[in-house]
Ligand binder design. Structure first.
Ligand code: SF4
Length: 103
């Protein structure tokens, strides 16, 4: 995928730049990873993210681009799915309130 200059710029500041990609992604979509080893891997990746200066931009990018695999912006794929679900619920409630206010 082609990246614009702004996207390339924040990636240059990523704390994970040059880090072991195996921390951030499961070995392969076809290999089974035990729950314990997944949790350990994700915790190690999150430790890298916790000291990353571009963490908010990374998370925002992952959410906007629908990244479905791996740790991005300090969040696992399950945590990102939960964030998307929660934001949809908030948007739906806001929409109902807005419609109510317009009546
Ligand atoms: S937040 Fe984590 S995954 Fe994102 S750039 Fe920083 S270290 Fe890498």
């Amino acid at each position: 995928m082609a990246m614009n200059v702004e996207e390339a710029d924040w990636r240059e500041q990523a704390a994970c730049k040059g880090a072991n990609g195996d921390l951030f992604y499961p070995k392969s979509a076809w290999s089974r990873e035990s729950k314990e080893s997944r949790q350990q891997r994700e915790q190690m990746a999150k430790r890298v993210c916790s000291r990353c200066s571009v963490q908010p931009r990374c998370l925002d990018w992952a959410l906007r681009n629908g990244e479905v695999v791996g740790v991005w912006g300090g969040k696992t794929e399950r945590e990102r799915r939960a964030l998307v679900k929660a934001s949809r619920r908030v948007a739906a409630v806001a929409s109902v309130h807005h419609q109510g206010a317009a009546v």
